[in-house]
Design a protein around this ligand. Structure first.
Ligand SMILES: C[S@@+](CC[C@H](N)C(=O)[O-])C[C@H]1O[C@@H](n2cnc3c(N)ncnc32)[C@H](O)[C@@H]1O
Length: 243
């Protein structure tokens, strides 16, 4: 299966970092790295990873996955929080910092992005994936819950206040770009990720072997085209710390 837009951007970034380091392993910091869904493949691609993650269960799974993939010597896992990042990792050393699925759950977005930025070497890049508020509105409306969709649409943080949602906020394109700019980062890529893949029933993909490939091609073609990118399930930004 062809790589999606986020993987493509990261592959390019890793190749550029490797070239800057004269062929040595790029340094990647994955904050809120969970069980290693991004860290393990990046280590398998020859990167040296530090994963910051508060959950012991996620860290245990990360450890197992890293051992199974034969990359445990390339991954340093630290139990910790983005709030303490400056005490957990050296400043200005990472070629690439990942904050995937993180900014929607932290208490203070600007403080978190400031900490992620500070870990970057000048010229390095921050990759962030967050949920899109408009996708959440559409999904609820299409599920026959228009009142909920309207509440979500009108909520300043793009969440259902008073519900048991575990996240604190969702983002839109403009809001996400502003967060990066406020932190002194230069936005280079701002994609939509997951236009329809998350909502298509598995039976559609299984019905015809060519459908998954065609869908991947559609997702790639739509990821940077407004208005389709603006309603994708997630938004992906790659923003650079000026050299
Ligand atoms: C939605 S998961 C994303 C996991 C992974 N980055 C991915 O994209 O598959 C969010 C992760 O962030 C961790 N987390 C929650 N609060 C955090 C914080 N304040 N600092 C760092 N990580 C945090 C959670 O334990 C969880 O593993």
């Amino acid at each position: 299966m062809r790589p999606d837009a986020v993987h493509r951007v990261l592959e390019t970034e890793v190749a550029a970092a490797r070239a800057r380091r004269g062929g040595a392993a790029p340094r990647v910091l994955d904050v809120g790295g969970g069980s290693g869904g991004w860290a393990v493949p990046l280590a398998a691609d020859g990167c040296r990873l530090t994963v910051i993650e508060p959950s012991p269960n996620a860290l245990a799974t990360l450890h197992r996955r890293a051992v199974d993939a034969g990359v445990s010597e390339l991954i340093t896992a630290i139990q910790g929080d983005v709030d303490a990042l400056d005490r957990l990792v050296p400043q200005a050393e990472a070629d690439l910092v990942l904050g995937h699925g993180l900014l929607e759950i932290v208490d203070d977005v600007d403080a978190a992005v400031g900490a992620l930025r500070a870990a970057l070497v000048p010229g390095g890049a921050l990759s962030v994936v967050v949920p899109n508020r408009y996708a959440a509105v559409l999904r609820r409306a299409l599920a026959g819950r228009p009142a909920e969709a309207l509440r979500l649409l009108n909520d300043p943080a793009g969440r259902l206040a008073g519900s048991d949602e575990s996240i604190q906020r969702r983002f839109d394109i403009e809001g996400l770009a502003e967060v990066m700019t406020r932190a002194g980062l230069v936005v280079e890529v701002l994609h939509g990720h997951g236009l329809v893949s998350d909502v298509l029933p598995g039976s559609v993909l299984e019905a015809d072997p060519g459908t998954a490939d065609a869908l991947a091609e559609l997702e790639l073609a739509a990821c940077d085209r407004s208005p389709l990118r603006d309603v994708a399930a997630r938004l992906h930004v790659l923003a650079r710390r000026p050299a």
